[in-house]
Every structure is written in C-alpha cells, then in structure tokens.
Ligand binder design. Structure first.
Ligand code: NAD
Length: 349
C-alpha cells in the first residue's frame, strides 16, 4: 500500500523515512498539520514487527498531536517520530545522534520530544545534532519538584485541574469528600493522587506493583483496591492513569462513577463509547484535552518561559473542558465528538 492511500494518511503534510546504514537507524517522521505552527510531538522507539506497523503508528499518533496541540491553545502543529527497534537492545548513542540529524534535516518543520522507549538522556544526544529538540531543560518545577525535562508533573497538575473542573460541572461542588478511583499510580497517577488528597478527596487506588500503593496508603490515606475492581467502584470519579482502551464495552456496563477524567491516552476502546457514556449520564473528559499538560510543558521549555506562565497555561485546561461540556450539553453530543470538532475548527480555519 502506498503512503498516500494509507488508511491513517488523512492529509498528512510531510512523511519522511530515514535509514542510516552506519548506526542501523530506521525511523519515520510524520507531520500531520502545521497550520498553527511547527509540528511538535514525541519520538517513540518500539520493536515494531514491520515497517507497515511503524507507519501506521506514526501517522495515527501525529494526527492525534494536531488535535491535542490545537485544544491546548498552542501555536504548534502535530507530528510524531518513530524509531524501529527494541530500545533495550538496539539503542546506541550514535543512533540517537543520527536521529538528531534526521530531525535537523527537516529544518524545524518537526520538533521532537520524549515518548515511550526514549529518555531525557536520549533527547540530549539528539540535541547535540539538532536545535529542534525540546524536553531536556532541567528546572525547578512550579510544583516544588526538581524536573529534568520530563513533563509528568505538569501532566499530573493539568489532570488535577481537569478533574476539579469536571466535578464542579457535574456535581456543582468542590473535590472535598469526593471519592476518586485512580487506575495506575505511576509518574502521573501518583502526583495526581497527591493533588487530590490536598483538596480533601477520598482516594481509592490500584496498580500492579505494591510499592506506590503502600506509599499512597500511608501518606495519602488511600484505600487499596485490586486492578480488576478499580473501574467498577461506587465512586464519583474514575481516573484512568495506566494504559489505553480501559473504557470498553465491558467496563462501561459495570461503571458506577459519573465522571471519567484521567491521564491515559486513548481511553475509549472505540470512539462510539463516548455516546454510550453520554446516554448513561457519565461526563467524560476527552483524554487528549485533559492530559495535554505534558505537551504544554514541552512547549514552555522550548519558549524558555517562566513557571508562572506554564502554570497559568495548564490551568486553562479547566476552561477548555467547561467549554466542551457546555457545548456537548447544548448540542446533545458526546464530549469526544465535540472536542474533535472544536479542534478541527482551530487547525483547519
Ligand atoms: P507510568 O508507566 O509511569 O505509570 C503507569 C502505571 O500504571 C504504572 O505504575 C503501572 O504499574 C500501572 N499499571 C499498569 N497496568 C495496570 C493495571 N492493569 N491496573 C492498574 N495499574 C496498572 O506512566 P505515566 O507517565 O504515569 O503515564 C500514565 C498514562 O498517562 C499513560 O497512558 C500515558 O500514555 C499517559 N500520559 C502520560 C504523560 C506524561 O507526561 N507522562 C502525558 C500524557 C499522557
């Protein structure tokens, strides 16, 4: 199949392929849309079974970045890069530098950040060869943490702002006393739990590893539940913060929470579930809107802005969600459908 006929092609502006014989680098960069600015998106390294699978992933992800950047009010477009290979086996410093040269060859059309299989130290190697790399800036984060360029603290703060706005919209109350179930206490989930605890929410948490669960129990007074139960608890909010597609036909049947608001990417197994949630009276915070804190952080690192500017921008996630929710109610449409059309209004105008 040619790239132009690919099911995920969807008017991509630029797709570039690179094979660097010396380092073994095989990579693809996709720029979906740069109407609002240069395409910003992470670089992923993954042991794809075929180049077709890698192409599929990069096209799908770069399109998603266009929607995410537009709804985060960034003057950026959407793009993504993938490297074919197992990061634990095939990655070398020379390969990372070769990837930097590949990014540089696009002359700023695409700006690269971190994604699965890549770390801040890999980005620093890429940055030796390219000025179009973001997410390497060590700073003292506004949340009081030392940050090495990884945007998880901002993602967590943005999700917290989003949960707060969703609860206010749905119940007309603050978070005090609200029951929130968090699926996944990783880089984002644990920090989200800390923010929610400070606001007086009652926490229920699940993970597949015990360490962070025990810490949450001791420090945040959280109740530990099993991964099988977490989505079906009788709580006010469910926050998926582990993997994608956890909101599926089966979990929707047993869901009791009236708000779904979390960090995970691609939470809905299929897009039509947005409508199923709406008909059940469940308020769903579209994932790429509520979890945009990471890309907002990367953008501000690139602009060398202040912590205050970053924080103010992250807080706008609440405003954007409120806009989506009121439009969805007015038009009797699912929130994911409304988010897509609002994003398209922005990047297609
Ligand atoms: P992470 O890998 O640090 O955390 C994920 C956690 O989920 C881990 O603790 C893992 O043990 C747990 N987990 C895995 N399977 C589980 C299961 N079945 N039940 C319960 N817990 C399970 O990842 P992260 O950086 O915290 O990101 C979380 C999600 O948010 C991911 O979907 C990621 O794509 C998305 N996201 C992250 C960022 C970011 O800045 N890190 C930005 C946007 C979106």
């Amino acid at each position: 199949m040619s790239v132009f006929d690919h099911i995920e092609f969807d008017e991509h502006e630029h797709v570039a392929f690179c094979h660097d014989k010396e380092t073994g680098l095989k990579a693809i960069i996709a720029v979906h849309n740069s109407h609002l600015g240069p395409a910003l998106g992470g670089c992923r390294m993954w042991p794809y079974a075929s180049s077709e699978e890698a192409l599929n992933d990069v096209l799908r992800l770069s399109k998603g970045m266009t929607y995410k950047a537009a709804m985060a009010n960034l003057s950026q477009g959407g793009g993504k890069a993938v490297i074919i290979g197992d990061p634990r086996v095939h990655k070398t410093p020379e390969m990372m530098r070769a990837m930097g040269r590949f990014v540089e060859s696009l002359s700023g059309k695409y700006i690269s950040a971190e994604d699965s299989g890549m770390s801040v130290s890999d980005l620093k190697l890429m940055a030796e060869e390219s000025t179009y790399i973001s997410g390497t800036k060590a700073s003292y984060h506004f949340a009081g943490e030392e940050a090495d360029g990884n945007p998880a603290p901002s993602t967590a703060y943005g999700v917290f702002v989003g949960v707060k706005a969703s609860v206010e919209y749905k119940f007309g109350t603050s978070l005090k006393g609200k029951k929130v179930a968090i699926q996944g206490l990783g880089h984002v989930g644990y920090r989200l739990a800390e923010h929610l605890h400070r606001e007086g929410a009652e926490l229920y948490v699940a993970d597949i590893y015990p360490e962070s669960l025990n810490r949450a129990k001791e420090q945040l007074n959280a109740t530990i539940v099993s991964p099988q139960e977490i989505l079906m608890l009788d709580v006010d909010v469910v926050a998926p913060c582990a993997m994608g597609a956890t909101i599926n036909r089966q979990s929707v049947e047993t869901l009791k929470a009236k708000v779904i608001a979390g960090a995970a990417n691609n939470q809905l197994a299929t897009e039509d579930l947005g409508e199923v949630l709406r008909s059940k009276g469940v308020l769903y915070a579209p994932d790429y809107v509520i979890n945009a804190g990471g890309i907002i952080d990367i953008y501000h690192q690139k602009m060398l802005s202040s912590n205050e500017a970053l924080k103010t921008h992250l807080e706008k996630i609440g405003h954007t969600l409120r806009e989506i929710y009121s439009r969805a109610d007015e038009q009797k449409l699912a929130t994911n459908v409304v988010a897509n059309s609002l994003a398209e209004e922005k990047f297609r105008k």
